[in-house]
Design a protein around this ligand. Sequence first.
Ligand SMILES: [Zn+2]
Length: 569
Amino acid sequence: MMIKKCTIFAFLLLLISFSFAQLGEKKNAFTHADTLRGSLNENRDWWDVLRYDITVKPDFNAKTIEGKVVVSFKEIKSGHSKIQIDLQKPLIIDSITVEIFNFKGELGIIPVKQVSVPFSQDTSLNVAYFNFPKLKNKLASFIVYYHGKPREAKFPPWDGGWIWKKDKNGNPWMSVACQGLGASAWYPCKDHQSDEPDNGASLSILVPDSLVAVANGRLEATNKENGWATYKWVVKNPINNYLIIPTIGKYVNFTDTMMGEKGQLDESFWVLDYNLDKAKEQFKQAKLMLRAFEYWFGPYPFYEDSYKLVESPHLGMEHQSATAYGNQFKNGYLGRDLSGTGWGLKWDYIIVHESGHEWFANNITSKDIADMWVHEGITDYSETLFTEYYYGKEAGNDYNYGQRRGIRNDETIIGKYGVNKEGSGDMYAKGANMMHTIRHSIHNDSLFREILRGLGKTFYHQTVTTGQIESFISEHAGFNYGKVFDQYLRDIRIPVLELRIDSVQHSITYKWSNCVDGFNLPLRMDKNNQSLTLFPETKEKTTVLTPDQMQLVDLKLIDRLYYIKIKQQ
Ligand SMILES: [Zn+2]
């Protein structure tokens, strides 16, 4: 997801978010529904989702959907049978059928019977329960039929739901955006980020045959009958629930390929018929993005599913192997530069940011949305890395520094665990500034790049905690950045470097203040092939330097590369 940006529209958003904030205040006293949604309770943690096979038929005029989901799973804790399914009001479950498999040696697992089971649905809590009959072996599946009028998104993608729009020629243009709100806003699932379908998913969409339906992964089959068309899309790789998304409209398609780190990468672009020429020009940037990010982060994580851009009825979203694009074929963020430096107008914000999520959010996903900085902080930093890759280091530094104007320090970046509550919007710009600060503190760009690529390899297609990411970075940097992460992720104060420079004694006296106990960010600076490292702590210390080293104490440079405040006495 991209950051919200101020316009009249955003003023309305502000108004809405103000009321949301008031709601939030009330909401900070979390509800039982939040806990059922946000935590892995005993009706969720004994079974592991292996695959979702979703079929959906939207009715554009009635704004309703009817659907079916086959959930294949593996028992990971025995002795349980009760299953919690998440589905948000006002959607209604019609029936639940379980499929019992038998393991027949080399015949593998064969379904022996389908049994319809009783279930209870509590729409006030957005959940339903049923008991799964005794499992003969670890693998099983159940089928949920459901229907209803899904929540409609008012300002997608920021507030989620189903989107019922028309394109400029009056044709239906539909899709969904549901990050945060959750996939259970439109299909039954285990709506917790920690459990992705390990064996991927399929999405079959039934639409009038005058329209085209696009989704994640590759198109496996199209079937046209009686004025209806069914488009079946298949994703081979694990995927976040909230990223499995149908997009329906008057689409045309063009393709390309790129020889990447893992061989040929298929690129496919789906746009509204009247935007084809504009798209063919603007989407040339996709290859530039793929090159830069394969350099910094390693191979695109979903070669099997291809890379796609899908023009969408909202600004954009990181839908895996079907990145939603709504930036109107402009550079910048709808033609504006979030950094205020001009560099942000050199490239298309949505192509770069939302595609950057393929590596951080889609390849590596946080188990709890409270750790969403792993998605947004590192992806927001990919904008700096893209700028640097094509326009040089100083351009990257400019861009990153310019983003500081968007930091609010309103609340901590880490949200509330177990209740589906993300932290501050600062996870974007402040997250990116934290990454840049740590990078310069490590002061070894080939090691830093190795760390970024190492994250992608070590946590390939996994869900993680922030702790795992923080430890990985510290371990591979060879310095414990634990206190630094605490400062930027769990505190809202900007650390202050207090220092006195004595140019006669060639000494500097310095310490950290306005920070967490034990804050110990090392400051490294270099000039003319000389470098100096200072290890300030919260306890004041004095260091005597050589005259050459004194030259290296460049407060402007420190301010530019480290997200701190400087107080010189
Ligand atoms: Zn994002």
